[in-house]
Each structure stands twice: as structure tokens, then as C-alpha cells.
Design a protein around this ligand. Structure first.
Ligand code: BDR
Ligand code: CA
Length: 321
């Protein structure tokens, strides 16, 4: 059994990822922790609870609210992509379940100490909660089984700016702290997500024909983001967060990856949040090498057809294949 903590700025595709975690057989979500990002953290918490309810799991999975601002910077948000509620402006009724009172960062520290070596974290928002958890207890680096990070980009392809992906742009200091701390990280960048997890055309039409409550919920939540994408040259629904959890559930989805030092740009204004992935064969042999650069697994290629099959299975509730 896979046991996960999902850390999320719940809006748009974060919701699909939570659905994967809650519905995929053999996966247990121990906690959902929310962080500001796409929208204010309070709304992320409501959206996470709404998602738990729509998955038919109300009261079964605790939701912990986390940081309401980046470590150092004013908050930048993305309501222009997902709608003010982060849920395609569907304005769902308030969920019945309430959030826990413990702070998300404390919950992360507590759970990793309770179950050393057993839990994987799937991080879908700015890495602020994880950075704070690390500052509270640096030993968690060795207690988490793996941290799956949706963020950054291996090649020069950003979304919020030409060089930066949104999650790293919002809190570059948190991202840099997490990547230098020595966590066992797998990074899934925006470039990979656009290339191998953009669902449009006939594939999207087929998803629309799946007649389940979960599928209708998915289309409502992604409505605004789809409009935004179509107006901005992306021909379909993007699945950055959900392809990341899909890789965690089924690592065979990853067709190519490498272990590289990754640094997140915190000093330049133009390249704020850029992830410099050092793919050179032997960076150690260069004068600028510091000797203290942890490597992260960076995903380079993944299997679109297999991801689409997983998405179809999850939305239809038919996991027989
Ligand atoms: C990231 O930004 C968010 O809007 C998505 O959920 C994803 O985590 C992509 O840049
Ligand atoms: Ca997200």
C-alpha cells in the first residue's frame, strides 16, 4: 500500500490529483495539507474538503491548513486561471467536514516522525509548508520515503514567466531550501507536464462522455482553466499535479529521468523561480562545483497513453484494466 501526504494549493488540477489519491486502489491518503498559491489558503482548504466530499470520503481523511504566505515575498496568485474559487467558478456549497486545528507544517513533522520511512509526500503547490516543516525538524529529510514535487521545469519553459513555473515562482526561497536540504526528491517539471499530460481533442471529448459524478466534478473544476489554456495556445486540460501523483502511484509512467543538482533562482528578478537543472555529465569537474549539491531525480519523459488510461479509469471508477 502507498501511504501519502498530499500538499496542495487546491484549485484546478490539484483537485484531480486528490481524486487520484482518494480513489486509486491500494493508495491511502494519510493527510491533505493546504498551502496558499493558486488562491488564498482558506479557500484551498475549503476546496480540499469539497474534493474529499465529492470522492465520497467525507470525514475519513484529515485536512490540515498550512502557510498563508510565502517565506519572504508577497503572495502572487492564479485566480485568473482557475476562477476566484479555484474550482472553475462553480461555487460549490460549503463542505460538511471541517479542517483540523493543527498547522499543516506541524502535521507533516508529526506524521513523518510517527511513520519513519513509510510516507511519501506529493507536493503540488509552493513548497512553503515543507520548508517550514524542515526548519521545525530537519531530521524529517531522512524520515520521508520520497517527495514528489510538481514544480520548475527542466528546460527553459515556464508558465508564469518565460523561465519560471508558478509553484517555484511564488516561493523560490522555500523551493531552494527544500531542494538543498537533501530530501529524496523526484521533480516533475512544467515542461514534462505540458508535453506528456495535456489532454485535448478527441481524448478530452471521450472523457466528457464518462457519465459519473466524479467525472462531472472534474469537468466543472477544470472549466475555467481549459478556457484559459485555449486562449493561451494550450489545446486542452493540463494535468501537472495529477500526472505527478500518477507517477508516484505507477512509477512505470516515467520513461526517462536523471539525477541532477537543481538550484532555484532567488536573486534575479527576471529569472525569479527558475530551476537550474545541471544536466552536464560531470558537473563535479568544473571550478564552480561546491561539493555540497544534492541531486534530485528529474523526470524527462513520461508515458502519455498510460496516464490517459489511468485518468479514464479514475474518472469512470473502472479499475479493471
Ligand atoms: C502549477 O501551478 C498550479 O496552478 C498547478 O496546480 C500546478 O501545481 C503549475 O505551474
Ligand atoms: Ca497546484
Amino acid at each position: 500500500q502507498k501511504r501519502l501526504i498530499i500538499d496542495t494549493d487546491t484549485a484546478g488540477d490539484d483537485v484531480t490529483s486528490i481524486l487520484f489519491g482518494l480513489l486509486w486502489p491500494g493508495v491511502k491518503v494519510e493527510a491533505i495539507t493546504t498551502v496558499m498559491g493558486n488562491i488564498p489558503v482558506g479557500q484551498c482548504t475549503i476546496n480540499a474538503l469539497t474534493t474529499v466530499e465529492h470522492a465520497g470520503r467525507s470525514g475519513e481523511v484529515p485536512v490540515f491548513e498550512g502557510c498563508d504566505r510565502p517565506l519572504l515575498r508577497p503572495l502572487v496568485q492564479a485566480a485568473y486561471v482557475h476562477g476566484a474559487d479555484g474550482m472553475g467558478e462553480t461555487n460549490f456549497p460549503l463542505p460538511r467536514q471541517k479542517a483540523e486545528t493543527e498547522h499543516a507544517a506541524n502535521a507533516i513533522v508529526r506524521l513523518l516522525n510517527e511513520y519513519p520511512g513509510e510516507l511519501e509526500i506529493v507536493a503540488h503547490g509552493p513548497l512553503t509548508n515543507l520548508a517550514v516543516a524542515y526548519m521545525l525538524d530537519p531530521s524529517i529529510v531522512h524520515k520521508v520515503k520520497k517527495v514528489w514535487v510538481m514544480g520548475g521545469s527542466c528546460h527553459f519553459r515556464g508558465n508564469i514567466t518565460s523561465t519560471a513555473e508558478f509553484n517555484f515562482y511564488v516561493d523560490p526561497e522555500a523551493a531552494q531550501m527544500v531542494f538543498q536540504a537533501g530530501f529524496p526528491i523526484a521533480m516533475v517539471g512544467w515542461d514534462v507536464c505540458v508535453r506528456y499530460a495535456l489532454v485535448g481533442g478527441e481524448d478530452l471529448e471521450k472523457l466528457k462522455r464518462i457519465d459519473t459524478e466524479v467525472s462531472r466534478f472534474y469537468h466543472q473544476v477544470n472549466r475555467k482553466a481549459l478556457e484559459f489554456n485555449l486562449a493561451n495556445g494550450l489545446e486542452g486540460v493540463t494535468h501537472p499535479d495529477s500526472v505527478t501523483i500518477a507517477m508516484c502511484i505507477r512509477p512505470e509512467l516515467i520513461l526517462k529521468s536523471g539525477h541532477y543538482p537543481v538550484e532555484i533562482e532567488c536573486h534575479s528578478e527576471a529569472n525569479r523561480g527558475f530551476s537550474a537543472v545541471d544536466t552536464r555529465p560531470a558537473p563535479e569537474n568544473t571550478p564552480a562545483w561546491s561539493g555540497e549539491r544534492p541531486r534530485s531525480e528529474v523526470v524527462l519523459e513520461s508515458d502519455y497513453r498510460e496516464f490517459y488510461r489511468m485518468l479514464t479509469a479514475m474518472l469512470s471508477g473502472d479499475f479493471s484494466e
